[in-house]
Ligand binder design. Structure first.
Ligand code: GDP
Ligand code: MG
Length: 225
């Protein structure tokens, strides 16, 4: 009996999240929104730093940082002069649509081309929660091992882009990068796959160009130089 109640509560939570995600999507209809996922330490914030260094002259970008505790990532991002808001989940393993809705009024959305939401580091829960984004993108560092796509397929299936990071460390590990790519393609044949090193900057330009190609055409001139 208690199992049945638990399932009902879970399904109500999901429905509430779906409704809020739909509202967020409506509020953000002029802004391209990327929900950035990946394990703790995969390099999500470093990729974002590299991305901002390249994109801030070409587009107006805002950032939401999701973490269980601390403002460390938002502090890093603030150095790039972009609007950034930190959400602390206080223990929660993923962001949900209502957390995002609560901070949207802190952005001047009419002036943004792109909003990147760095989710809580986790390869499981964030894959399943719609925040109202246009795309999910997952960062996987090659040092996490080439078995991760087959062990955590949902996050790879639900992501439009997969960024394989820390390619500079390939020679120091036993990781098979072509197997990694093959496994990702088997799970999600449509995924854009980027091989990058956020340490050296290699490959980051292709990722940035792809992000820019997703910007929405609004009635006003896009904020691209
Ligand atoms: N060698 C190497 N280290 C990286 C690379 N990208 C990120 N790191 C390091 O990995 C650690 C975790 O990065 P961070 O961006 O904070 O990961 P996050 O938890 O996913 O946001 C930091 O010490 C980064 O300097 C990379 O491409 N190569
Ligand atoms: Mg981070």
């Amino acid at each position: 009996m208690s199992d049945v109640k638990e399932i009902k509560v879970m399904s109500n939570l999901r429905t509430a999240n779906e409704i809020q995600a739909r509202d967020n999507r409506h509020t953000l209809e002029q802004v391209f929104v990327c929900n950035l996922l990946g394990s703790p330490g995969a390099g999500k914030t470093t990729l974002l730093e590299r991305t901002l260094a390249e994109l801030t002259a070409r587009a107006k970008v805002g950032v939401i940082e999701g973490d269980i505790y601390t403002t460390k990532d938002a502090d890093r991002i603030a150095h790039y002069g972009v609007p950034v808001v930190q959400i602390n989940t206080g223990g929660g393993c993923h962001l949900d649509a209502s957390m995002v809705a609560a901070v949207l009024p802190r952005f001047d959305l009419a002036r943004l081309d792109m909003l990147v939401i760095e989710n809580v580091g986790n390869l499981v829960c964030p894959a399943d929660f719609d925040l109202g984004e246009d795309i999910k993108a997952v960062v996987l560092s090659i040092t996490e091992g080439d078995d991760k796509p087959v062990k955590y397929p949902l996050i790879f299936r639900n992501s439009k882009a997969v960024v394989l990071n820390k390619l500079d460390l390939a020679g120091f590990t036993d990781v098979n990068v072509s197997k990694l790519e093959q496994d990702i393609r088997a799970i999600n044949p449509e995924a854009e796959i980027f091989q990058v090193s956020c340490r050296t900057g290699d490959g980051v330009d292709r990722w940035c160009d792809w992000l820019l190609s997703n910007l929405k055409q609004t009635g006003t001139a896009p904020n691209i130089n």
